[in-house]
Design a protein. Structure first.
Length: 230
């Protein structure tokens, strides 16, 4: 008899901290808690129905993700989105995602094609459904297939650490109506290039997508210069 049978956990239940982190992260990404807004522990305890220690743990976790910052006098506040930070995130994404898409195209087989097609279908359905959280999850799953198939596990770890801020920027760009090309159209182009086994086209499709998203973010976040207002 295997002595570990009575110790095995088949399905790990989420901890209160993990649940609190998910709820707070979602509230920040959706804009329910605005940039610069104070995160008051007592109020969060009442809203989440958890203890102050759980709230503090959740705030520390989100601080590590870059979604919360602690100020000397105000305490924890929602981190402000700046164009300089956003520009760096898009530059990092462009390097990592374009390389992953190119290698995914080189390695794509029928199994990858099936997984990527299913992920794209889920993403398009989530976009049509209009539920932001479902769309963020579906977009993350789409990219996870690409990075996994490309063998870029370390790069995916880096992207995951930025995921909270990436989702926050995604919420910003999705809320605009001046997109030259829709998100699903960009993702479809990326998918088609990968399935055509065309690394250059896959990398170009990723770069075009992120260029468009970065331009929308720039228009929303960059300080208006005198030239912009003339």
């Amino acid at each position: 008899m295997d002595r570990t049978d009575d110790l095995r956990i088949d399905h790990a239940a989420p901890t209160l901290r993990a649940l609190a982190v998910d709820r707070l992260r979602g509230a920040i990404i959706s804009g329910r808690f605005a940039s610069g807004e104070r995160l008051v522990e007592r109020a969060l305890c009442d809203q989440l129905g958890v203890s102050r220690s759980v709230v503090r743990e959740a705030i520390r976790y989100l601080e590590a993700e870059g979604l919360v910052e602690t100020q000397p006098r105000s305490g924890p506040v929602v981190a402000r989105l700046s164009w300089e930070d956003a520009r760096q995130i898009y530059d990092i994404r462009r390097l990592l995602e374009a390389a992953a898409a190119a290698d995914c195209a080189r390695r794509a087989d029928e199994a990858v094609a099936e997984r990527l097609g299913a992920a794209l279908a889920r993403l398009i359905a989530a976009f049509a459904g209009g539920e932001p959280a479902a769309l963020y999850d579906a977009t993350t799953a789409f990219y996870e297939v690409i990075f996994s198939a490309a063998g870029h596990s370390i790069a995916w770890d880096i992207v995951q650490r930025l995921n909270g801020r990436i989702s926050r920027l995604r919420a910003l760009t999705l809320s605009t109506t001046n997109r030259r090309v829709s998100g699903p159209a960009h993702m479809t182009r990326i998918c088609e290039a990968i399935l055509a086994r065309d690394p250059d086209a896959a990398a170009a499709a990723v770069s075009d997508h992120l260029h468009d998203a970065a331009e929308i973010a720039r228009q929303s976040l960059a300080p208006q210069s005198l030239e912009d207002t003339q």
